[in-house]
Design a protein around this ligand. Sequence first.
Ligand code: ADP
Ligand code: MG
Length: 679
Amino acid sequence: MTTRSPLEEVKGVGPAAAKLFGQLGIETIGDLIHYYPRRYDDYSHLQQIKSIKPGHITIKAEIKQITGRYVRRGMHITEAIASDETGSVRLVWFNQPYRANGMKSGQSYFISGTFELTHQKMAIMNPSTERESDFPVNTARIVPIYRETKGLKSAQIRKAVKSVVSLVSTLPETLPSWVTKDNKLMSRSDAVLAMHFPDNSQVLDQARERLGFEELFELVLTAQLIKRDALDEKALAIPFKQKLAASFVSHLPFKLTDDQKRTVWQIYQDMQRESPMNRLVEGDVGSGKTVVATMAALMAMEQGYQVAFMAPTELLARQHAETIYNLLEPLGYAAQVSLLVGSMKPRQKEQARDHIKSGRVRFIVGTHALIQEKVDMHKLGLVIIDEQHRFGVEQRTKLQTKAGHMPHVLSMTATPIPRSLALTVYGELDISIIASKPKDRLPIKTTLISPNSRAELYERVDEQISAGRQVFVVCPLVKESLALAKTKSAQEVHKTISQGPFKHRKVGLLHGQMKGEDKAKVMQAFLDREYDILVATTVIEVGVDVPNATVMMIENADRFGLAQLHQLRGRVGRSQHQGYCYAILSDSQAPSKRLRAFAQTTDGFRLSELDLELRGPGAIYGTFQHGQLDLRIARFTDTKQISLARNAARRFIESHESLLQYKYLAARVHKLRAITTLN
Ligand code: ADP
Ligand code: MG
C-alpha cells in the first residue's frame, strides 16, 4: 500500500464506499491523507447540562424522544431531549428531517451547538452530534469534522484515515531542512497526522502553522522566481525626455496629485531599463489613472514605438480613446491615436489596421480580445491593461514581438489588492498606489435604503436633477426573471420610473444585450445631458466617466459583491459636486455586515481587506477559482507568517540551491507558475 494506491485497498472501503469517496475528490490513499477536516469539535471541554449558559457549548448526553414534524409552509422541525446526570435540555433542528432517523433514542452522543432562546424557550439550536461509541474514550477529544457527502459521514472518513495512519508517518519532508528548522516548523508527517488526530489544540495550531507556511512559501517562491526570470527578458529601453513630460503637464487643465507624479516617475524609471516593466497601478476609482497611463504612452510614442491600450469593454475603449485623444491633442500627437473595436464598420477597421501596420498609428485603444489577437504591431513598446486582474503568463508571452522583445507592461486596477495578496500571489509585480484623490473631490455620501422608503428617495433624487445633475440607476438584471424573485431588471425599472415618479424627466436605458454601437450612442447622449437618468446594468461598472452625474442608485444592493458596489459608487462624485450613493435593499431585513461597511467607508483598501476576510480570496480573485491554487490552510490575514515565508523564499533563491532536489516543491512551483496572474 502506497499513497498512490486506490482507495479500495483501505480496509473496510468497498467499491460502493470508494464511489462515495470519489464524489469528495478522494481517489487514492494519498488524497485521503490530504483530505483535511473542515472543522473540529472540541470535546475536551465538556459541560454539564445544569451549568450551561447561552452561547456555544458542548455536552455529552443521552438522547430521548426524537420527533420530526412539518410546520407551516414546508418548514420542518426536529426536536429531541438530551439528558446527563445533572439535567435535561431541548435540542432543535430546522429543516434537517433526516436527523430523526439518524439518531437512536437511548444512546449517548457528543452534542455541540449554540444554546439560545427560540420561540420563548431555551434550546441548543442545530447542534452537530457524534455518537460517543464512535470514539474510543481515551483517544481524540478534539474531533475532526470532514466535509461529508450523502451516505458518507465524518465517522466513516475518520475510520478510513485511521487505517492508513502508518502511511502518514512515512510521508517525506517537502521543505528544505533549514526552512523547517529556522521557522521552528513541525515535520510534514507530524503535521498531517495532527490535522486528523490532534492531541490538543496547541498541536493542532502547530500543524496548521506548518502546512499554512508551506502553502505561502510555495506561492511566494513562485512569484520571486517569475520576477527573477523576467530580468533576463529583453525589452526596448525607453529613455525619459524631461521636456516632453513637462510640456504634457503644462497643457493639463489641472495639477497632478503627488501620487500621480510619483507613479509616473516610477513608470519612467522602469521603462528606461532593458528588462520589461511589470507594474500594477492601483488607484481607487476616480484617482486619475488614465492621465498617468497616457504620460507613459507618450514617452514610448516619442521613440517611435507603439502602444496598445486594452480596456475590458468596448464602451470603455471608446471613452478612453476620446480622453486620450484630447490629452494628446495639444502636443500634436492626437493623429497617432486610433480606436479599434469590434463594432466599428469593416472599412474603418481595415483602415485602422493599415495605419497600425504602417506605423502611422502608434497608440491603439481597443478591447483585450481585439488587440491581443488581430493586430500586427511591429514596434510594440508598451502595453497598458485597464481594469483586469487576469492577465496570465500565457497572454504575456503572446505579446513578445517578432524581434524577440517583450513590451513593457503597465496594468491598472481600481480593485485594491490587499497587502497580503500583493506580497504573495501577486508578489512578482511592482506596485504603485495612487491613494489620494484630486483635491476638489468631496467624499461620496452613501445611504442604505429600505424598499419602503422609495418614494422619499425619489424626491431627494429629483432635487438633484432639478439642480442640473444626472443620475445612474443600476439593476442586477437586463430583463425580468421569474426565477429571481424580488430582483430588479433594467428594462422593468426603466419602464416604471419613466412612466411614474420620473415621468417629467428624460430616462435612458443601457444594458449588455444592446449592440456596441447603440450602447455608445446612449452613453454619448447621457454625456451630452440628453438624459437625466440612465437606467443600466453593470455594463457601467468600470471606468465610465460622466462628471455631471452625482447620484448612483443601486437596486438589490445586497446582490452585489463589495468590490462591485465600490466600483459602481465610483461612477459618481467625479467632479466638484457632492456625490450620493443610494444602495437599495431587496427587502426590509437588517442589512449585512458587508453593506454596513460599504455605507460607512469610501476607502477602497479597507473594503478590499474586509472582502478578503468575509469571503476569502477565492471569491475576490478569479484565478483562485476552482481551487486552482489549492490553498487549504494558509490564512492571508496572517501577515507575520507571510513575512517569514517571504524571507525564506528570498534566502532560498539567494542560496542558488537547485529547486529540483525538492521534488514535491518543484512540482508545486511548476504548477503555480502556470496559473498565477499578472506577470
Ligand atoms: P480612474 O482612476 O478611475 O481611471 P480617471 O483617470 O478616469 O480615473 O480620472 C477621473 C477624472 O478625474 C477624469 O475626469 C480626469 O480628467 C480627472 N483627473 C485626473 N487627475 C486629476 C487631477 N490631478 N486633478 C483633477 N482632476 C483630475
Ligand atoms: Mg479608469
